[in-house]
Ligand binder design. Structure first.
Ligand code: 3HC
Ligand code: NAI
Length: 693
C-alpha cells in the first residue's frame, strides 16, 4: 500500500491514517493509497466501521494544486469518493486543521463527519479561479442548504467548526485525541445500528428551493456582479443551480465539466501562479540557518496615516507597541483615528467589542523618543523628508537597544543613505507598508547594501507574524511597486494629451480587472502629495500639475480629475477637465484624436512590464513572481491575470516588444525604449517565467 496511507484496526473499527506532509494534499499516491485502504477495510469481515483521519497539521487541504495542468491519473478524487459512497460500512471523516476543497469533498462523501474545536472547513476553489470539482456544489447544499452553500462556494472563505455543526456540515465536535474520539463515535454508530447516510441521498434541505429558482438567481446576482471579469463565479453559480434544476448525476457531471474547463483555462493558471509565487516570495535560500531576533515589543515613530495603521498591525497580532509623535496634538489625533477605526470595525460586526479595548490597550502613545529603548523593532513613519528621517534615525541610533531592527516605511527615499548616517547600518532596513496599513497584505521589505541577514530575517518574520505577505526588494527610487506605478502614471498622463479622457483610461483598466483606474485612484489619494514631491524634484505631470494649480486636489476638494458631488465618492466626468486638457493639447500643437481601449491597456501595462524587466535585470526584484505578488497584493492587479509579468508571458514577449517599439516610434517617447532583458527574452522566444527555473 502507498506509504502515505496506513490502515490499522482498533477492535472492530478500521483506522485509515493519511500522512502526506505538509497539508495532506490529495496527490495521486495518496488517492491510490486511500482507495486501497478502503477496499481492504471493506473486505475485512472483522471491520464494522471505517475512520479516515490525517496525521500532521491538517485533514486533507485539497487537491494537489501542483498536479493541475498535468494529465489526470487514476484513481481520481471521484474514484475515492465512489469508493467511500459504495461502502456498506459507515465511513467517518475525523477532521482537524483546514479540511479544504477536495479534502472537504472527500469528507462530504463520508457517512458521518466529526471535527475538533478550531477546525476550519471550506471550499476555497474560487480563490484559485476554480469551482469545487468533486461534488462540493452538490453535496454541500444537501447538508447545509443552498443559501449557506452559496456563501461558502462563492466567497471561498472557511467556516469554524462551531458554525459547521449548527449548519449541519458536521455531526459532532469532539474533544481530546481526535482518533480516539472518532473511533468512539464510530462505535456508537455501530452499537446503535445506525444506517450510513449519504449526503447525495438527502433532499430535506434542497426540497424547499426547488420551486424557488428565481430566488436562487436573485441571491446569486450580487456575486455575479462582483466577478469583475473572473469566469469562476458564474461557473459556481451554474453548478450550484444544478442542485435544484437537475437530477444529481447530471448536476455532478455538469459541475465536473465546468471545473475541467476552468482548470484548463488561463485565469486559474494565473491564480495558481500567484498562490505559488506568494509562497516562493517568502523563501530566501541565503537566509537558511539565520535566526530572526525574538520580538517582544515594537515602536512606531509617527502616528499619521501610515504610523497609526502599522501600530494596529502589531496590536492586532498581540504585540505591545509604542507610538511616538512629534507633539501632543498630533499624538492625540493619531490615537483617536486608531480608536475610531477599531470602533467602526466593531460597529460593523467585524471585531468583537472586548477586542477593541484589548487592542487599544496594546498601543501606548508618547512624545518621548526615549520610549523606543525597550523595543526590538522600531518602524519610522514620519514625513517623507530625508532630513527629518535622518534626524530621527540619528536619535534612534543613540536610544534604541543593541540588536534592535531600525526600519523605515519610506516610499521612495534612499535607505542606504539613511543607513550611512548611523553607527549600525546593518540594523537598517525598509519595511514599506501600503495604505491602509492595517488592511493591505503587501509588505515590501527593502534590503539595503549594509542590511545584515539577521535584520532581514527578523523583518520577514515580523511581517509574517503581523499577517503580511513580505516580498524582499532592493534599493532604488520607489523600489518595485511605486517605481512601476510611476511609469504607469506618466504613460496615463501622456494618453490624456493624445485625446483619451480620464474616464476612458480608467474604464480600460477597470474592464481589465483593476478595482479602480489610475485617475480615480489618484483623486482618492490626493493629487497634492505627488505635486509637492514633483516640485521638489523638478519633475512635472502636465495635467495633474494644472489641476493642482487650480486647487483641484482630488476627492478632498471635491474636484480633481473628476468632479464629486458633496459627500459623494463617485467620480463624475467633468467638462471643465476635458476643456483644460483640450487647451493644453492645443498649446502643445497636439492633434485631437481618440485612443482605443485596447491601446490604452497596452500602453499602460506594457510600459510597466518594460520597467519590470529593468527591475529584474538590476536585481531589485529577485523573481518575476515577486513583482506579480507585489502588484496583486499592493496595487489591485487582477489576480486572474496573474500579475504584470505573468500577464506579459501570456501575451507573449515578442508582441510586447513589437508594440512598445511601435508606440515609441509613434509618440517619440524615450521612456518606452525597450529594456535589454525584455528584448533578449523576446528574441530567444522565452518568457519571464524562464528566469525562475
Ligand atoms: N496542493 C499542493 N500544495 C499545497 C496545497 C495544495 N492544495 N496547499 C498547500 N500546499 C503547499 C504550499 O505550496 C506550501 O508549500 P511550500 O512549503 O513548499 O511552500 C505548503 O503546502 C504549506 O502551505 P502554506 O505555506 O500555505 O501553509 P499554511 O499553514 O499557511 O496554510 C493551507 C495551509 C490553509 C492549507 C494553505 O496552504 C491553503 O490555503 N492551501 C490551498 C488550499 C486549497 O486551495 N485547496 C483547494 C484546492 S483545489 C481542489 O481541491 C479542487 C477540488 O475541488 C477537486
Ligand atoms: P502623515 O503626514 O500622515 O504622518 C506623518 C506623521 O509623522 C505626522 O503625524 C507627524 O506629526 C509625524 N512626525 C513628523 N516628524 C516626526 C518626528 N520627528 N517624530 C515623531 N513623529 C513625527 O504621513 P504618512 O502618509 O503616514 O506617511 C509616513 C511615511 O510613510 C512617509 O515616509 C510616506 O512616504 C510613507 N508611506 C505613505 C503611504 C501613504 O499612502 N500615505 C504608503 C506607504 C508609505
Amino acid at each position: 500500500m502507498s506509504h502515505l496511507v496506513s490502515l490499522r484496526n482498533d477492535g472492530d473499527i478500521a483506522v485509515v491514517t493519511i500522512d502526506n506532509p505538509p497539508v495532506n494534499a490529495l496527490s495521486h499516491a495518496l488517492r491510490a493509497g486511500l482507495v486501497e485502504a478502503l477496499s481492504r477495510a471493506r473486505a475485512d469481515a472483522g471491520t464494522a466501521a471505517i475512520v479516515i483521519v490525517c496525521a500532521g497539521r491538517t485533514f486533507i487541504a485539497g487537491a494537489d494544486i501542483s498536479e493541475f495542468g498535468k494529465p489526470a491519473r487514476e484513481p481520481t478524487t471521484l474514484d475515492v469518493i465512489s469508493a467511500i459512497e459504495a461502502s456498506e460500512k459507515p465511513v467517518i471523516a475525523a477532521m482537524h486543521g483546514t479540511p479544504l476543497g477536495g479534502g472537504l469533498e472527500v469528507a462530504l462523501a463520508c457517512h458521518f463527519r466529526v471535527a475538533v474545536p478550531g477546525t476550519r472547513l471550506g471550499l476555497p476553489e474560487i480563490k484559485l479561479g476554480l469551482i469545487p470539482g468533486a461534488g462540493g456544489t452538490q453535496r454541500l447544499p444537501r447538508l447545509i442548504g443552498l443559501d449557506k452553500a452559496m456563501a461558502m462556494v462563492l466567497s471561498g472563505d472557511p467556516i469554524p467548526a462551531t458554525e459547521a455543526l449548527t449548519a449541519g456540515l458536521i455531526d459532532a465536535i469532539v474533544e481530546g485525541d481526535l482518533t480516539a474520539a472518532a473511533v468512539a463515535f464510530a462505535r456508537g454508530i455501530v452499537a446503535r445500528g445506525q444506517a450510513p447516510v449519504l449526503a447525495r441521498n438527502r433532499d430535506d434541505k434542497l426540497a424547499p428551493w426547488r420551486g424557488e429558482v428565481e430566488k436562487f438567481d436573485d441571491d446569486a446576482a450580487p456575486y455575479a456582479k462582483r466577478a469583475r471579469g473572473r469566469d469562476a463565479p458564474a461557473a459556481a453559480i451554474a453548478a450550484l443551480r444544478g442542485a435544484i434544476t437537475l437530477p444529481i448525476e447530471e448536476a455532478l457531471a455538469r459541475e465536473r465539466a465546468l471545473f475541467l474547463d476552468l482548470v484548463a483555462g488561463e485565469q486559474s493558471k494565473a491564480q495558481r501562479h500567484i498562490f505559488f509565487a506568494e509562497r516562493e516570495a517568502a523563501k530566501l535560500p541565503k537566509l537558511a540557518g539565520v535566526k530572526p531576533h525574538d520580538i517582544q515589543r515594537a515602536a512606531v515613530i509617527g502616528a499619521g496615516t501610515m504610523g497609526g495603521g502599522i501600530a494596529m498591525c502589531f496590536a492586532n497580532a498581540g504585540l505591545p507597541v509604542r507610538v511616538i509623535e512629534a507633539n501632543d496634538e498630533a499624538l492625540a489625533r493619531g490615537l483617536d483615528a486608531v480608536a475610531k477605526n477599531y470602533r467602526s470595525a466593531a460597529a460593523r460586526g467585524s471585531l468583537a467589542a472586548d477586542e477593541v479595548e484589548a487592542r487599544l490597550a496594546r498601543i501606548a502613545g508618547t512624545t518621548d523618543l526615549a520610549a523606543v529603548a525597550d523595543a526590538e523593532i522600531v518602524i519610522e513613519a514620519v514625513f517623507e523628508d530625508m532630513s527629518i528621517k535622518q534626524q530621527v534615525f540619528g536619535a534612534l541610533d543613540r536610544i534604541a537597544k543593541s540588536g534592535a531592527v531600525l526600519a523605515t516605511n519610506t516610499s521612495y527615499l534612499d535607505i542606504d543613505a539613511l543607513a550611512r548616517g548611523v553607527a549600525r547600518p546593518d540594523a537598517v532596513i525598509g519595511m514599506h507598508f501600503f495604505s491602509p496599513a492595517n488592511v493591505m497584505r503587501l509588505l515590501e521589505v527593502v534590503r539595503g547594501a549594509a542590511t545584515s541577514p539577521a535584520t532581514l530575517a527578523t523583518a520577514l518574520a515580523v511581517g509574517r507574524r503581523i499577517g503580511k505577505i513580505p516580498v524582499v526588494v532592493g534599493v532604488c527610487h520607489g523600489f518595485v511597486g511605486n517605481r512601476m506605478h510611476r511609469v504607469r502614471g506618466v504613460e496615463a498622463e501622456r494618453l490624456l494629451l493624445e485625446g483619451a479622457l480620464p474616464a476612458d483610461v480608467d474604464a480600460a483598466l477597470t474592464d481589465f480587472g483593476f478595482p479602480m483606474g489610475p485617475f480615480a485612484a489618484a483623486d482618492l489619494a490626493g493629487l497634492d502629495v505627488g505635486w509637492r514631491m514633483r516640485k521638489a524634484q523638478g519633475l512635472n505631470a502636465p495635467i495633474a500639475d494644472l489641476l493642482c494649480e487650480s486647487g483641484r486636489f482630488g476627492q478632498k476638494t471635491g474636484r480633481g480629475f473628476y468632479l464629486y458631488a458633496p459627500g459623494s465618492r463617485t467620480p463624475q466626468p467633468d467638462p471643465e477637465v476635458a476643456r483644460l486638457i483640450a487647451a493644453e493639447m492645443a498649446r502643445r500643437g497636439a492633434a485631437p484624436g481618440a485612443v482605443g481601449k485596447d491601446e490604452i491597456v497596452e500602453r499602460l501595462l506594457f510600459a510597466m512590464i518594460n520597467e519590470g524587466a529593468r527591475i529584474l535585470a538590476e536585481g531589485i526584484a529577485r523573481r518575476p513572481g515577486d513583482i506579480d505578488v507585489i502588484w496583486v497584493y499592493g496595487y489591485g492587479f487582477p489576480a486572474h491575470r496573474g500579475g504584470p509579468m505573468h500577464y506579459a508571458d501570456s501575451v507573449g514577449l515578442a508582441r510586447i516588444r513589437d508594440r512598445l517599439t511601435e508606440f515609441a516610434r509613434r509618440t517619440g517617447d524615450e521612456s518606452l525604449r525597450l529594456a535589454p532583458l525584455l528584448q533578449k527574452l523576446a528574441a530567444d522566444g522565452n518568457g519571464f517565467a524562464s528566469l525562475s527555473t
